[in-house]
Write a protein that binds this ligand. Sequence first.
Ligand code: A4P
Ligand code: MG
Length: 183
Amino acid sequence: MINDRLSSMSAPPESKKIIALSSHAYIGLGSNLDNPIQHVRAAFKELDEIADTQLLEQSPLYRSAPVGPAGQPDYINACALLQTTLAPLQLLDALQAIENSHQRVRKERWGARTLDLDLLLFGQQTIDTQRLQVPHPYLAERNFVLYPLVDIGIKAHLPSGEPIAKLKQASNNAGLERLEKNS
Ligand code: A4P
Ligand code: MG
């Protein structure tokens, strides 16, 4: 009787199996307020705590000159590589929840902030909606993104096939200073 029940609970046919597909996502981290190094270090840990998501790599930290409104402090920037089974918008929700937990206040575009988490690349997907653009629109023109991204993703490339390492080669390190790993 018990054996009968067990056999009727056997594994579903191949076509009904749920296969959790995971994606690699590169995240850009930035902070220039209230002890930026601490915000970025804490954010690495919080990225690893996102549901259905694992932190695979974290880059060294960089100090960078601010792009945007004048008079704001230098930034600390870094990149992270995540493996996730979340959809891109679910991941964006999780990134924004982490930003909010760092008392992020949105006053002006490109203004000073305690923590900014940008979704740089999501697998080989191209996304162009009002709420989310991937690859991140300014990825190719920002050395504070390209340098840490290549540190952890030497083989990363855009959906077009363009290697990120090539974009880095075409940039320069003006205003950028690499800090010691884990500093
Ligand atoms: N959004 C669209 N696509 C994305 C994406 N791929 N990742 C939307 C994250 N968000 C994305 O973002 C505004 C809206 O963009 C979000 O609601 C989301 O739906 P925000 O973080 O509220 O505002 P923001 O960061 O001021 O605007 P933006 O245009 O995302 O700026 P960036 O590109 O993040 O640049 N200088 C240095 N040295 N280092 C920096 O890290 N960062 C910035 C901000 C400016 N200057 C900097 C740095
Ligand atoms: Mg942003």
